[in-house]
Design a protein around this ligand. Structure first.
Ligand SMILES: [Zn+2]
Ligand SMILES: [Zn+2]
Length: 333
């Protein structure tokens, strides 16, 4: 299967071409469409009940897990294309990790639709709006390269029945009238997302860019990972489902409030039963750029499907602006 990523023209190694659903040869430029990524096949959810579902461990390629000695990130790489550089912090002190092969393979993948070039221009616009007058920037500004990585992502479907009891506020003239209401509320939970990236979960700001159109996911193929590492999931399926149940509470409260035609809700207690729980395990694309300033690591992420950008910046703008200009926009004379 690894041979799929050898160039038929020159037998060089081909890599995934972001934005194009194809492999491209780094040596002779030969291009080949990836059938799975252009197919109309949608991914079928799997049963959460392990008795009725055995998750696949077949990645369709020989992989190597590497661990970053600097930031602790663990990534899974095609053995043919080990980069030796951590996509999260840029460190080159990555070490191979032995595994027993017990790593769940993804059912689907959202391919990169944002190219490196596009990611760079999204970033320039973003930083330009923040700190620097864009007209002053050199046309040839040389940005540190963005690294593409796939993040682990679960989505859950379930039938839910919730017993609720709470206070609901209805607008009355200038103020609110509060009424206590209790009842039962049924809802089908569809494609509820859980990001299983340890690195992104460390920072709320970064997670905020990780919202994906999961219905556009394609069947998993190792070709999508040609040249792009995947972060090893930090939470297993059971843990991800626990997180979904926790995160879904706010979502249910909001739906119940709307269903009661209320303007606000407070002191709501919920007790929810779930049935027919199904899941998808996906890999989702993210562009990452990081830099060190004042001995601190800052990370900027761009959603590889939607182009949404989010990032960390030093608080001291004044001093930082000068430095940022040097790092990201060196003027060429
Ligand atoms: Zn070639
Ligand atoms: Zn690292």
């Amino acid at each position: 299967m690894s041979d799929d990523r050898k160039c038929p023209a020159c037998s060089g190694t081909m890599v995934f071409d972001p934005g194009w659903n194809r492999l491209v040869c780094q040596f002779c430029g030969f291009k080949e469409e990836i059938p799975e990524l252009v197919s109309k096949v949608s991914i079928t959810e799997a049963d959460l009940d392990p008795a009725r579902n055995v998750a696949s461990r077949n990645w369709g390629m020989e992989y190597q897990i590497v661990s970053c000695s600097q930031c602790g990130a663990r990534t899974l790489n095609d053995k043919l294309q080990l980069s030796g550089r951590c996509p999260f912090c840029g460190s080159t002190t990555v070490v191979p990790v032995e595994t027993n092969g017990d790593i769940i393979a993804p059912m689907g993948v959202i391919p990169f639709s944002i190219s490196t070039k596009r990611a760079t221009s999204i970033f320039r616009e973003w930083i330009g709006n923040r700190f620097l007058a864009p007209e002053k920037l050199s046309r040839n500004a040389n940005l540190n390269e963005f690294t593409g990585i796939y993040l682990p992502y679960f989505t859950f479907d379930a039938d839910s029945i919730t017993d609720f009891d709470g206070m609901f506020g209805y607008t009355a003239g200038e103020g609110l009238n509060w009424h206590r209401r209790a009842g039962q509320f049924s809802m089908f939970i569809d494609d509820f997302p859980v990001v299983a990236s340890r690195k992104l979960l460390e920072d709320r700001l970064l997670v905020s860019a990780a919202s994906y159109r999961t219905r556009e996911a394609k069947p998993y193929t190792p070709s999508a990972l040609a040249g792009f590492p995947a972060e090893q999931y930090s939470m297993g399926l059971a843990q991800a489902w626990d997180k979904a149940k926790c995160d879904v509470v706010g979502y249910l409260k909001d739906a119940i409030k709307k269903n009661e035609s209320a303007y606000m809700q407070k002191n709501m207690h919920l007790s929810t039963e779930y049935a027919n729980i199904k899941y998808k395990y996906l890999l989702v694309p993210m562009w990452i750029n990081s830099f060190t300033y004042d001995n601190r690591l800052y990370t900027i992420v761009i959603n590889g499907q939607t182009g949404e950008i989010s990032g960390q910046w030093p608080k001291s703008f004044g001093m930082f602006m000068k430095r940022a200009a040097e790092i990201f926009f060196p003027f060429r004379s």
